[in-house]
Ligand binder design. Structure first.
Ligand code: MN
Length: 728
């Protein structure tokens, strides 16, 4: 049984390191309040309940959170489990603390982890809270961590369900928030209850190799320290055994037994500056033999969760490969505590409110109407979507699409800021406004009352739709004359490109008809629309092209002028009308649909089948369903079709991937799709007998080249065995 005194002592010791002594009376007030409220309650092991909030507050303090969060942690179960009220807590400890406790209470109440649906609902609420104040989520993670640490007192059924929930929700969340240390601990404890045999096997192996492992780690550590001392690089180096869950995962992924799995050791070198990181890397590669293909530079390209380090794998004289991670102290703090470390550094400026987590908001907006399974899917995709988190000079976090520039940042703040922008400072240094931003950058926009406004090439520099829309709006409003001239020029160029006569647009009869097709009252308005980017010249000309061609034909018939052959896209053949990007030979215009069995995309050889009542259905030439095309009765219904090269609409297509079943595979597939900017419309997995599974991915591509490119990338994922177009 554990005592109040022990846990209070532990908390006090932690707090003296991070809080000024003047705050201690308030802490004591909260401890007394909570202790009094939880008075009669006991933990499952018979300890007084108060040890739990004390332990959670200690974890929260170790994360580096602020005073309000520590108070919130101390009081986190008061509303749920005692007669304490929001009003009372607000009166004694202030509004912020009361809101934090309220937020945690809501999450606790949503905590009925039985079915998938219930968990997802829970998760959704969690994110809701998160988008309001991230500290609520951090306290909740700390709460879960302490409950996991004391899991042995729960019933076996509860152990399993809590551990599953931890693996499904809390560990991924900790990962997304960059809190590696907590993520590892959560995963290791969960594995212990979910896969006790594997867990114990690994633990037994590690302890039987303990002496050997420690000797090995000492040797390597000494070698590193000796070398770095000799060149006067101030550093801390240490070896560690990788966490149990990651060893378990590696065994599963690589199908290896423990004896075959050598790289369970990892070394860390922590230095003062970034140049030192690269210097150390050089010395490591000089001391040991490099394992090719394992070097990763997360300093120049941080992970989406802000993680930075250099990773390399080397082999020493002992023949045992091991990983070395090299980072600065600041990177180390961020790697261990993630978003909470940012708290620590930016304390006093960031308030963790409102817009800090745009991705959460967007996720919620797009996911309100879908069921739980879809939700998990899109959540997983979103979690790994490329995003960059930067700070305003006041410490507010702004999330932008990866590759965003100071221009995107300026428009994310306010369109007025973007329009008055004359330059930018990143991390206090003047930079160009098109330089891509990195996670954690502090961005300051330099503005001037005399700024001339955005320039047109900003439209191609910026990465976010928000910036693009706002820049277009500015041009629309401010630059009418310029837009008209600009738009007219691109319209005329496009007309010339495809060989249409400009004279007809001012024809008294045809002119108004064309404008109607384009949905504009006059030509000037249409030019302006093209000029500011609301309409592309290609689209505009596309809409009136057929009418002009018809008029040209009529003119030819009436007056027999010089032939205008170049209008037609296939010389010598009548100009066919394309429907859905398909031209059917011998049929002027008909309904087109794409066969579900083989989902053809531009570039594929195709053939059409005249269906009864649904127009022409387009199959790939090699589709098995075209087997009867040479049978006399059917032959007449098969028609020749071709792609119309003008179209650039996206096409739906389907790939089936046969895979060796493993954890995270679905996620890898989803990540590959997202990072390659492919719009996924459906992603399903199905287990097959014999440890295999099949994933069906439905997505959009513009042509077969893009399809093959993403197919190659999917095939490069480990454990993807084969791929096949179409479905069934
Ligand atoms: Mn609790």
């Amino acid at each position: 049984m554990e005592t109040f005194e022990f846990h209070y002592g532990q908390l006090f010791e932690t707090l003296t390191k991070c809080l000024p002594a003047t705050e201690m009376p308030t802490i004591d007030r909260a401890v007394d309040y909570a202790r009094n409220k939880h008075k009669e309650q006991k933990r499952k092991d018979g300890s007084p309940y108060i040890i739990h909030p004390l332990a959670v507050a200690k974890i929260v303090a170790e994360m580096g959170l602020d005073m309000d969060a520590i108070l919130g942690a101390l009081l986190h179960d008061c509303i749920e489990d005692t007669d304490a009220s929001h009003e009372e807590i607000e009166r004694i400890f202030g509004q912020t603390v009361a809101e934090l406790v309220e937020g945690v209470t809501k999450l606790t109440r949503a905590n009925f982890s039985s079915t998938e649906q219930a968990q997802m609902e829970n998760l959704r609420k969690m994110f809701m809270a998160m988008s309001k104040d991230i500290r609520v989520v951090l306290i909740k993670i700390a709460d879960r961590l302490h409950n996991m640490r004391t899991m042995q007192y729960q019933t076996p059924a509860k152990q399993i369900s809590k551990c599953r929930e931890t693996m499904d929700i809390y560990a991924p969340l900790a990962h997304r928030l960059g809190m590696q240390k907590i993520k590892w601990e959560l995963e290791d404890i969960a594995l212990r209850y979910l896969e006790p045999e594997q867990y114990n096997g690994i633990m037994a192996f590690l302890s039987s190799h303990k002496a050997q492992g420690e000797a090995f780690m000492h040797t390597i550590q000494d070698a590193i320290t000796q070398r770095l001392d000799s060149v006067n690089i101030h550093h801390t180096a240490y070896g560690r055994i990788k966490h149990v869950y990651s060893i378990h995962r590696k065994m599963q992924l690589q199908g290896k037994t423990l004896d075959e799995l050598y790289d369970v050791y990892a070394f860390r070198v922590i230095v003062d500056t970034i140049p030192d990181c690269y210097n150390v890397l050089g010395h490591i590669h000089d001391l040991f033999n490099l394992v090719p293909g394992r070097f990763k530079d997360y300093i120049s390209t941080p992970k989406p969760n802000m993680y930075q380090s250099l990773h390399t794998t080397v082999i020493g004289k002992q023949g045992i490969p091991f990983e070395v991670q090299i980072r600065t102290w600041e990177m180390h703090e961020i790697a261990e505590y993630g978003v909470a470390a940012h708290w620590k550094y930016k304390q006093g400026v960031g308030n963790g409110n409102e817009k800090d987590f745009e991705w959460v908001r967007r996720l919620l907006e797009s996911q309100q109407d879908t069921d739980a399974e879809d939700y998990v899917q899109s959540l997983k995709i979103d979690m790994f979507d490329d995003e960059v988190f930067v700070f305003t000079p006041k410490g507010r976090i702004v999330s932008l699409p990866a590759g965003s520039t100071p221009i995107d940042f300026a428009y994310a703040i306010h369109s007025g800021v973007g329009n008055a922008m004359i330059g930018a400072k990143v991390n206090n240094r003047i930079t160009t406004i098109d330089a891509p931003l990195k996670n954690g950058d502090v961005v300051e926009v330099l503005t001037s009352k005399n700024a001339k406004g955005p320039s047109r090439d900003w439209l191609t520099i910026c990465k976010s739709n928000q910036a693009r829309t706002k820049i277009k709006q500015w041009f629309k409003k401010e630059k009418r004359e310029e837009n008209v001239a600009h738009g007219r020029a691109s319209f005329e160029a496009e007309m010339r490109r495809i060989g249409l006569p400009l004279s007809l647009t001012i024809d008294p009869e045809l002119g108004p008809q064309l404008l109607k097709k384009l949905a504009f009252d006059n030509w000037e308005d249409m030019y302006a629309a093209i000029g500011y980017g609301g309409l592309t010249a290609v689209k505009a000309v596309g809409r009136i092209r057929d009418d002009i061609n018809r008029a040209v034909k009529n003119l030819q018939n009436d007056k027999q002028p010089a032939p205008l052959r170049n209008i037609s896209d296939t010389p010598g053949k009548p100009n066919r009308h394309a429907v859905n990007g398909i031209i059917v030979e011998d049929i002027e215009s008909c309904m087109i649909k794409f066969a579900k069995c083989c989902t053809p995309v531009p570039g594929d050889d195709i053939i059409g089948f005249i269906t009864k009542g649904f127009g022409v259905s387009i199959h790939r030439d090699d589709c098995p369903n075209t087997f009867n095309r040479n049978e006399p009765i059917q032959a007449a219904r098969w028609v020749r079709v071709r792609w119309d090269n003008q179209e650039s609409q996206p096409f739906d297509t389907t790939l089936e991937l046969e895979c060796r079943t493993r954890d995270g595979l679905l996620l890898d597939v989803a990540t590959t799709m997202t990072t390659n900017r492919i719009r996924t419309k459906e992603l399903n997995g199905k287990d097959l007998p014999g440890g295999k599974s099949v994933f069906t991915v439905r997505f959009e591509v513009k042509d077969v080249a893009e399809l093959e490119s993403i197919r190659n990338k999917l095939m490069a994922i480990p454990d993807v065995l084969s791929s096949r177009r179409g479905q069934n």
